[in-house]
Design a protein around this ligand. Structure first.
Ligand code: APR
Ligand code: ZN
Ligand code: ZN
Length: 374
């Protein structure tokens, strides 16, 4: 029986307020309005940002359905939708591509004005499509994928190859694209170069994959959790170091290890101190440092401007610089053509109802990516 045009009752992981873990609830998902798409989620990764959304590091409107790294199948479409149809395999887009804002019309940018990193929590008409126990429940980062069904705007969804495996390419909805693009598009890593990557979670490992495919000859992984080293090496790190093993600042350690030749550094932790460490660790003159981790909301950072005065370049990127609707289908095709492997990133696959276990693994430092399947 078709569900099109009807409210769907299903399960979703809801956080009811600041520091409240996600709990599985029965929710109602309204049909898509004009220019909206309702999606049945097949697989979703757990990203640090989903945790940041409940702890206040990233703004969110509560109660909220988290999740933003997924693959699904279009269940139904609202009026006016032309780019996807029911049955299409799709990736929901935390960074939309509306096609008409200043960022979308410039070939130099991808940070669409519709992106919700400020915790608006609603679709363009100012309302949510979710309810639970009679109350509205809000969207997260234009996507909300910790649910059997979600509703997104057309600008926040793209069709991908129907043959792509959901439990792998869901990572293209965030970690992989953000990290890989940071190396390829933002840092523009060059062949033969030396790179250092701070933070060896799903995002950092994706930076490593990007550095490797750009032809870097030395890729040094930096993490305070040595349990991350094995997977980082599987992704392409040539060596890994733990700042806790040294008394000197890590920038000095890297300088000595490389004869002062680290050209590219990447911060994939999301902490101010590692952002400055990564900046200080690239070559004082020609070095390029890229901020990939989400900075903590509303917190200021002090640093010695001498670090940039001498010539270093400090850059950031949202979602690896990709124009999501144009570029994600091509990245999926590259994966299908075996240009890179996502397996080093995936440490756990759990059924959706084990979402809480997935967050425990993340917070204990035991996982890289946990993928939840439906
Ligand atoms: N120095 C080096 N590594 C650190 C430090 C530090 N001081 N503190 C934490 N780390 C490591 C953790 O041990 C972990 O392996 O950083 C890694 C971060 O990985 P995850 O928590 O799995 O985060 P991930 O999902 O990869 O996201 C990284 O990008 O999307 C953003 O919000 C996300 O800011 C976060 C960042
Ligand atoms: Zn736009
Ligand atoms: Zn993410």
């Amino acid at each position: 029986m078709s569900t099109s045009g009807k409210v769907i009752k299903c399960k979703a992981a809801v956080s009811w307020g600041l520091n409240q873990p996600y709990s599985i609830e029965d929710i109602e998902v309204a049909p898509p309005k004009a220019y909206e798409v309702r999606i049945k989620i097949l697989a979703t990764g757990i990203c640090r940002t989903d945790n940041n959304g409940t702890t206040g590091v990233m703004p969110a409107k509560f109660p909220v359905i988290g999740g933003h790294e997924a693959v699904g199948i279009v269940e139904s479409i609202g009026e006016g939708i032309t780019t996807v149809k029911p049955g299409d395999k799709v990736i929901p887009l935390a960074v939309p591509q509306c096609g008409i804002c200043s960022a979308c019309i410039s070939p130099k940018s991808n940070y669409c004005e519709k992106t919700d990193i400020t915790g608006r929590g609603v679709l363009s008409d100012g309302t949510s499509r979710f309810t639970c126990k009679g109350k509205p429940v809000y969207h997260f980062m234009n996507t909300s994928t910790f649910t059997e069904y979600t509703v997104v705007e057309e600008s926040s969804v793209v069709k991908i190859d129907a043959a792509a495996p959901p439990e792998k390419v869901c990572l293209m909805g965030c970690a992989f694209s953000a990290g890989y693009g940071a190396a390829i598009n933002t840092g523009k890593v060059t062949p033969g170069s030396t790179c250092a990557v701070f933070g060896l979670g799903g995002v950092g490992l994706s930076v490593i994959i990007g550095c490797k495919s750009a032809g870097a000859s030395r890729i040094i992984g930096v993490d305070i959790n040595p349990r991350k080293f094995e997977r980082a090496k599987a992704a392409g790190a040539t060596e890994c170091i733990n700042p806790k093993d040294y008394t000197k600042p890590i920038s000095e350690v890297l300088k000595e290890m490389t004869d002062n030749s680290v050209e590219f550094t990447f911060e994939a932790v999301g902490h101010h101190d590692t952002m400055v460490d990564a900046l200080a660790s690239c070559h004082m003159n020609y070095g390029i440092s890229v901020v990939v981790g989400d900075p903590p909301a509303s917190k200021m950072l002090t640093y010695d401007p001498m670090l940039v005065f001498t010539g270093r370049t400090w850059k950031g990127c949202i979602f690896g610089g990709w124009k999501t609707r144009n570029d994600l289908p091509k990245l999926v095709s590259d994966y299908m053509a075996k240009k890179f492997d996502l397996d080093p990133l995936i440490t756990h696959v759990l059924p959706f109802n084990k979402v809480k276990d997935g967050f425990d693994l993340l917070n204990k430092g035991e996982s890289i990516r946990t993928v939840l399947t439906f």
